[in-house]
Ligand binder design. Sequence first.
Ligand code: FAD
Ligand code: DLZ
Ligand code: SF4
Length: 508
Amino acid sequence: MVSRLILILGDQLSPDIAALKAAEPDDVIVMAEVSAEATYVAHHPKKIAFLFAAMRKFAAKLREDGWTVAYTMLDDTENSGSIGGEVLRRADQYGAGEVIITEPGEWRLIEALNDLPLTVQMLGDDRFLASHADFEEWADGRKELRMEYFYRDMRRRTGLLMDGDDPAGGKWNFDHDNRKPAPGTVDFGGPMQFTPDETVTEVLDLVQARFADNFGDLHPFWFATDRTQARRALTHFVNNALPKFGDYQDAMLSDERFLYHAVISMYLNAGLLHWREICEAAEQAWKDGAAPINAVEGFIRQIIGWREYMRGIYFREGPGYTRRNALNHQRKLPAMFWGGETRMHCVARTVAQTRAEAYAHHIQRLMITGNFALLAGIDPHEVHEWYLAVYADAYEWVEAPNVIGMSQFADGGIVGSKPYVSSGNYIAKMSDYCKSCAYKVKDKTGENACPFNLLYWAFLDRHRDRFVKNPRMSQMYATWDRMDQDKRDTVLAEADAWLGRLSAGDPV
Ligand code: FAD
Ligand code: DLZ
Ligand code: SF4
């Protein structure tokens, strides 16, 4: 008879995770593929396949290392269908009265597991650089939270890219050197791809049978599904793409899904990689003279800066965060987010790529689909559920602050001091999308006017009271106010008509 269970969730596949560190040889490790997790949003089939395959391989490795693993497959007849149900079933089976859990990344599951009629020991997830207490200590007493200052603390704490007490290269942030427009050609062939092995193939069959109706292409499936493969994917990125990561971080191209991005967030978030090994590999490339400081600093900032910061905000803001709607946006998410027809080439391409890969890079998420949803006044909770479903790296702790906060300004300005909105100009500058679009980015009004142009001004006008005094937006309002009244009236009327067609389900 054992007395303790150790729960390992699908995104907790790290050999040194807190619950495993606390485990003793007699303990039973519980892992479960359950429909509650697979259906709380309609996840992209690639995301489900990735997690189930990685879970199965992780369980096999634990067994090899001598652990007893009680693993439930989705189709097991006794499967109770939820994580809580499986913990209780295993507690009964093994006569266990206690379960050790590493804190899950979503409030939903934290609450469900804390309510179990067992002794629940929930340990902090120490795979992150900043604990909740660290973040609180940093945030408390500050009038405004800004990622940049948090990030500098993380640099000092880790010693990454530090020259004594000073930042390497003399600056904390090299963004000024980044953000170049899209290059003519891309000499990186994309992330490392892996041929499905037996375990992956079995999972693909299962996912095909059970989740074929979900938005997203299951095949071809090429993700890494274990730590060894994920490390190879990391090395491949560092050697081949990192040097140009900074330059083209914000660029977008119709036929280049990955540009110079790492495409490792799904591995990092599931536990197959650790932030430190990723950042050290990047830092080493700089030390070796293989990658420039602007690329390496920019890359490391995303991980020890933005990623940690977003997690801090999610847990600081509490379970109600995903229901925030500061701008009172109520429009339904339009069909184009699920592949419905649209003349907007930038949105159509981003959605098509998302369907194919369960991946889009940051600027596509922020400045195409996110920007559009915000300008069109779409209900942020619906936007949040879409992002949570369609990206392979999406768990609430990281997705919600990015969507509710950074992208939709639905938290009223906790993550960002101003909304990320742009007209078509920005998209035209940073991508080649506009060249193949039915709309004309140069047209500000008229039948073929780029909807981003119309909706941008309509957004500013609609939320004038809230934003007009924001010093970072005064220039935008000054430009709008300088336009003659007739032009402004035309823009607002056309924006309104366009949104009316969108809501009516007409092809736009
Ligand atoms: P790269 O561009 O190569 O960056 C390297 C790493 O930095 C990423 O792997 C990721 O771990 C980290 N990173 C970069 N930006 C962020 C950020 N803003 N927040 C957290 N980590 C960051 N990231 C997720 O991991 N899960 C999500 O669900 C998610 N949802 C997003 C939703 C929106 C609206 C936006 C604007 C961003 C979202 N991001 C999310 C952040 C970012 O888009 C992804 O981390 C990135 O695109 C992953 O691809 P990559 O590995 O090629 O990243
Ligand atoms: C996302 C996901 C899916 C699709 N399926 C499972 C599952 O069957 N079993 C499991 O343990 N975890 C799964 N996950 C990941 C969880 O949803 C994730 O642990 C929580 O959302 C907290 O981040
Ligand atoms: Fe997108 Fe407007 Fe450019 Fe078309 S013209 S691709 S809608 S920004």
